[in-house]
Design a binder for this molecule. Structure first.
Ligand code: PMP
Length: 445
């Protein structure tokens, strides 16, 4: 397998040299929160795949529902005036649980194409309102919104820009709220005021009549779980409403119980104009994303289109197998997994907070079953760990050798997003094994 992998398999976001040197790690099976690799080693999955297997592995009810749907009707399009039972039911179930009036669902294959779809819907919305010049988009530094070209342009991670010709000239950024290393300090009110001022300044610079939409993640995931201060999202949402800019919440990571409630926006009591989700929607059992459109966005687009077709969609925009998977996963979430996730999230946050005295730990942050620790060599000066350790593979390998899968971000940050089904013992083991990795790294950096 390693030889075939080297010859033929293109790994997204791999460290090419590291991959050449050691070969990929191959997973064979999984149950609950434990995965087994090709050498028979059992590991705790502290990252739920790629923060997606929220329900945990091996749920027979999901497998059965998918198999039954594959037998009966493996494919039906949602294109044109066609549809099938499961995606329509799923749309209704999702609308029922969505914040406010996010009542209209457009299905995608994952998060990137969900974000890309909103970019098009935003354009069509302003076009329908007779303001086609509103064509400038703003997102937040250190944000991640996907890897398709338009989404990668909203993303603010250098690896997704360098050499790719993005961001496009209609994509702009304002600084992140990143509390631990914010030039304005870590006082919540100051950080919120600075972000609001930055958004206003950017809108003034571009011209309010040109700005179409503002994108946020309720918690910035891929840059190392950056949690905004309470009130930040509401302040940004209110500013967008005042300035007549659509507010898009990217809940691809935070949706479906990851931070506690069904959607993280609920915690701040805000309703975005559109919301993107994926990952936990099907818990990784099959690919699917969903864009939630509010009543006014949907109606404006529909009225603008009139009898004309809106030219946007994918072959798999309403995949019935993914839809039954999502419906089954929803039953698991509401049948106890969300409740367990809230309890275990509390345990995880407390356990990790217990590591804050460790000489290598500069910051511990997170909410619910989403967390990170940021490593430093000098706590007072917040000195980042050396470049060798920042190489994600080093920390990842050490954790792996300790029976734990975590995400090691390049800047020396450990990320955690365990399945919501974890037991108390499993959460404690995640924390203990993390401590072992830290101790080992202290001894031998
Ligand atoms: N938005 C956010 C906030 C994400 O974290 C991700 C994926 N990590 C995406 C969009 C893209 O999702 P996908 O990888 O399913 O295309």
């Amino acid at each position: 397998l390693h030889e075939l992998d080297r010859q033929h398999f293109v790994h997204p976001v791999s460290s090419w040299q590291g991959h050449e040197a050691r070969g990929v790690r191959i997973l064979k099976s999984a149950k609950g929160a434990t995965v087994t690799d090709s050498e028979g080693r059992q590991l705790l999955d502290g990252f739920a795949g790629l923060w997606c297997v929220n329900a945990g592995y091996g749920h027979e009810s999901v497998v059965e529902a998918a198999a039954e749907q594959m037998r009966r009707l493996p494919y039906a399009t949602g294109y044109f005036d066609l549809g099938s039972e499961a995606p329509i039911k799923l749309a209704a179930e999702l609308a029922d649980r969505a914040p406010g009036d996010l009542n209209h669902i457009f299905f995608t294959l994952g998060g990137s194409d969900a974000v890309d779809s909103t970019i098009r819907f935003v354009r069509y919305y302003w076009h329908s309102k007779g303001q086609p010049n509103k064509d400038q988009y703003i997102s937040v530094e250190q944000g991640y919104h996907g890897s398709t070209s338009a989404g990668a342009g909203l993303t603010a991670l250098p690896a997704f820009h360098d050499g790719f010709g993005v961001p496009f000239n209609w994509q702009h950024k304002i600084p992140s709220h990143y509390l631990y290393r914010n030039p304005v300090g870590s006082d919540p009110a100051t950080v919120i005021a600075a972000s609001v001022a930055a958004l206003r300044a950017k809108v003034a610079e571009l011209g309010q009549e040109r700005v179409a939409a503002f994108y946020v993640e309720p918690i910035q995931g891929s840059s190392g779980v950056l949690v905004p201060p309470k009130g930040w999202i509401k302040a940004m949402r209110d500013t967008c409403a005042e300035l007549d800019i659509l507010f898009i919440a990217d809940e691809v990571i935070t949706g479906f119980g990851r931070t506690g409630p069904m959607f993280a926006c609920e915690e701040e009591g805000i309703v975005p104009d559109m919301m993107t989700t994926a990952k936990g929607l099907t818990s990784g059992y099959s690919p699917m994303g969903a864009v939630f459109l509010s009543d006014h966005v949907y109606q404006t687009i529909a009225e603008g289109a009139g009898p004309k077709a809106v030219g946007h969609g994918f072959t798999y925009s309403a995949h019935p197998v993914s839809a039954v998977v999502a419906l089954e996963v929803l039953k698991l979430y509401e049948g106890g997994l969300f409740e367990n996730g809230i309890k275990m999230g509390d345990r995880l946050q407390k356990g990790l907070a217990g590591l804050s005295d460790h000489p290598l730990v500069g910051d511990v942050r997170g909410r619910g079953m989403l967390a990170a620790i940021e490593l430093v060599t000098d706590k007072d000066k917040k000195t980042p760990v050396p470049a060798e350790l920042q190489a994600a593979t080093r920390l990842f390998d050490r954790a792996w050798d300790n029976g734990l899968i975590i995400r090691a971000f390049p800047q020396g940050v450990f990320g955690f997003a365990p399945p919501l089904c974890c037991t108390a013992d499993e959460i404690d083991a995640i924390v203990d094994r993390t401590k072992q990795v830290l101790d080992l790294t202290l001894e031998d950096p």
